[in-house]
Design a protein. Structure first.
Length: 338
């Protein structure tokens, strides 16, 4: 008998980049260029009332600029894999310098949500405070100020090597924490690579260290939650994901992990709600649609599963799982028409 649920749930879920979970096969998918899509909202106001200049930086240098229109949307296209910063310097708002990681092995699109805070011109002229959608998101320039330069260089080398040379990335991240043991973000990156190899004990150790070093950081908690999800320690997973979401209530990754925990513990209504929240916060997370398909199939809701597959294939026709999803949808349609 054809097991549609097994067909979609291929391999364990892995964390490869910040704020993302994917199936194992996606980690080896290759892409040449990708996009960064973003939206701007104004605190207590909503949409901006005029165009706002947005700068895209890489390694401290501006490489492109674009205007966000009055619907708040902006985009940068045909970008190589890497770590970028969205920088907004507007006289009416607090400065923004928000890191965005474009990992083409996961998705060809990274999504950035930015909230601007209005300030008086007097405060603006005397302030260099970094603001963004999430106060726990790490500003890359913080590394330069807080850690030795040679540790930061090793960390940056690790980020560049992570997708195509994970062994080299591990070496660079290890050097970074040897130089600066308190470099919690490097511990997080080590944990992600270990998790991609299903080295759960090592991954748990690195994520736990990251949490210990930076109590305000959401990443470590959410990554730990994913480790416990994969090792079926659902109680620990729930505790960590809730801690992470308290620190970053807008984390699409967090809601995806939460929805996956609910699904595996039989809380199907809560699972669907959490997964929908993940999509609301990051529409580019293609894997959320597949998790919803798994949920519907588990409940015997074939029509809903087919509908979700149609949305997935329409929005992500080149996703590595598109052929498998199309095969499952065709089989479901055939079974329904009999």
């Amino acid at each position: 008998m054809y097991d549609t649920k097994t067909a979609l749930r291929i391999g364990a879920l892995l964390v490869i980049g910040f704020g993302t979970v994917l199936h194992r096969e996606i980690a080896t998918a290759q892409a040449q260029v990708g996009n960064i899509i973003g939206e701007i909202r104004i605190t207590d106001v909503g949409l901006p009332d005029r165009q706002i200049l947005v700068n895209l930086q890489a390694r401290g240098a501006t490489i492109n600029s674009a205007y966000a229109e009055t619907d708040g949307r902006f985009g940068f296209y045909a970008l190589p894999d890497g770590v970028y910063s969205i920088v907004i310097e507007d006289e009416n708002y607090a400065r923004v310098d928000q890191q965005v990681i474009l990992n083409l092995a996961i998705s060809t699109t990274a999504f950035a949500r930015i909230t601007l805070t209005k300030i008086s011109k007097e405060k603006n002229s005397n302030s260099s405070r970094v603001n963004g959608a999430n106060p726990d998101i790490v500003d890359q320039s913080d590394f330069v100020r807080k850690f030795p330069k040679n540790a930061v260089k090793e960390y940056e080398k690790g980020l560049r090597a992570r997708v195509h040379d994970p062994n080299g990335a591990v070496s660079h991240f290890h050097k970074a924490v040897e130089i600066a043991p308190e470099f919690y973000q490097a511990h997080n990156e080590l944990g992600r690579i270990y998790l991609s190899r299903s080295e759960f004990c090592k991954a748990e150790q690195e994520f736990s260290t990251a949490v210990h070093l930076n109590q305000s950081d959401s990443q470590g908690h959410l990554n730990l939650a994913n480790v416990y999800l994969l090792t079926k320690e659902y109680g620990k997973a729930s505790s960590e994901v809730n801690d992470g979401l308290r620190k970053d209530p807008n984390s699409a990754f967090g809601y995806f992990v939460l929805g996956s925990i609910y699904e595996r513990t039989g809380k199907t209504g809560d699972a669907e709600s959490a997964l929908r929240r993940a999509l609301d916060r990051d529409p580019s997370m293609s894997k959320v649609h597949l998790e919803l398909v798994n949920l519907y199939l588990g409940e015997g809701k074939k029509a809903e599963a087919i509908s979700e597959l149609q949305v997935f294939l329409h929005n992500f026709p080149k996703d590595p799982f598109a052929p498998k999803a199309r095969d499952v949808m065709n089989r479901l349609n055939s079974a329904t028409s009999r």
